[in-house]
Ligand binder design. Structure first.
Ligand code: GLA
Length: 396
């Protein structure tokens, strides 16, 4: 696979070959890992993600007419290839669900034409984030375009405005009823920090997080089981949470606290909905406790919370898959402080809090277990909390 620097160079070259001009700017938007707080964001709950260094890049130049042209650089193809650009007139953009990746650029452009984007533009995108890995490749794509177009046309939208717009694109154009977790993490990430976000009012604060300073590593395990949120049961989970709210006569599950969980559960007759409710309510509490643990440097307790979070996602919310369960189980057996799936689930990635020095043994044990069960081998990395979306000043 080409290195990052090579790819930027190749992307600029491809842009020039395709459009005959240099890009006016390049914008980078990262993927994210969610440390804890899963399936809480569309329930007005708490989340604790961080942006990673793997990113989506959008190269753009405005045009004088109303045409938008966009193509994607396929980094995994060697030699690197570029598809011929997709073209659309801005007037032809409509708020409708599309099943291809063009839902994101077309959705962003549609919404921005209502915020003062007056002309079309030429765009090349390329991404380092594997699609369906649970690391938020689609939000990274939409954020790189959203931030880039806002800056290119001086539209004056805040990062929170852009995150809300990206969420709207996911909901309306891609047909996924997701929350604001992914775009907000991508747009507000900070080096060596977690973003502690309350989706009730979208307020957030940074929590310094540097496990290596405590002789730990956060290992990311990509199960290589690819999910697709639009076809997975993600929408069903969101629907189930709405049903619970109706049962309880509340506007969101955030109104149910751990203290009144038992009495709330008595009002829900469906055993399935009881379990869904229990996950969301207990997960919000785990996020609060996780923040306390990190601030007190209590990584043993943090590990326990991660594992409890996984069990809740596996048993109560039912969004895990055997490959993720296996990664978590083996990691814990091999001495990790805790482990859990991260992201929406139905495939994707897991994280494990590993004592420094045992990362190699943990990786080997997980790979061997996968191999023994005939699963495709997982990929491993140690993600570092990184800066959020930004213009790449050094390239243009
Ligand atoms: C996906 C969605 C997010 C969030 C997570 C689960 O990543 O895009 O909004 O709901 O799943 O926490």
């Amino acid at each position: 696979m080409p290195t990052h620097a090579t790819s930027i160079g190749v992307a600029i070259q491809s842009f020039e070959n395709t459009y005959g001009v240099r890009p006016s700017g390049i914008w980078r938007a990262p993927g994210r890992v969610n440390l804890i707080g899963e399936h809480t964001d569309y329930n007005c709950g708490l989340v604790l993600p961080f942006a990673i260094s793997e990113s989506c890049f959008a190269l753009m130049t405005p045009r004088n007419d109303q045409l938008m042209r966009i193509c994607s650089l396929k980094e995994t193809t060697i030699p690197v290839t570029i598809e011929s650009p997709h073209e659309i007139h801005l007037d032809a953009l409509e708020p409708k669900t599309m099943s291809t990746w063009l839902a994101y650029p077309y959705g962003i452009a549609y919404l921005l034409t209502h915020h003062g984007m007056k002309t079309g533009c030429d765009i090349v995108v390329y991404s380092q984030i594997p699609i369906g890995s649970g690391l938020s490749s689609s939000a990274a794509l939409a954020c790189s375009l959203g931030l880039g177009l806002c800056e290119l046309y001086s539209l004056g939208l805040s990062r929170l405005d852009i995150a809300q717009m990206v969420r709207q694109v996911e909901n309306t154009f891609a047909g996924v009823p997701s929350g604001i977790l992914d775009p907000l993490a991508s747009l507000t990430g900070k080096l060596d920090n977690l973003v502690y976000l309350d989706t009730l009012d979208n307020s957030y604060r940074y929590i310094p997080f540097n496990p290596t300073s405590c002789d730990l590593e956060l290992l990311l395990i990509d199960s290589n089981v690819r999910h697709r949120l639009s076809t997975s049961q993600y929408a069903q989970r969101s629907q189930e949470c709405l049903e619970i709210c109706e049962n309880l006569s509340v506007t969101s599950l955030r109104e149910v606290s751990l203290d009144n969980l038992e009495s709330a559960l008595e009002l829900i007759s469906s055993p399935v909905l009881k379990r869904r409710c229990r996950h969301v309510v207990t997960e919000n509490r785990r996020v609060e406790l996780a923040v306390e643990c990190i601030e007190n440097q209590d990584f043993v307790q943090l590990g326990a919370l991660l594992t409890q979070g996984h069990e809740s996602l596996r048993d109560d919310f039912e969004v895990s898959v055997p490959e993720l369960d296996m990664a978590v189980e083996v990691a814990i057996t091999r001495g990790c402080l805790g482990a859990r799936m991260t992201g929406g689930g139905f495939g994707g990635s897991a994280i494990a809090l590993v004592p420094k020095g045992s990362s190699e043994a943990v990786r080997k044990a997980i790979s061997e277990a996968y191999d023994k069960h005939g699963y495709a081998l997982p990929d491993f990395s140690i993600p570092r909390p990184s800066q959020g979306a930004t213009r790449q000043e050094d390239y243009c």
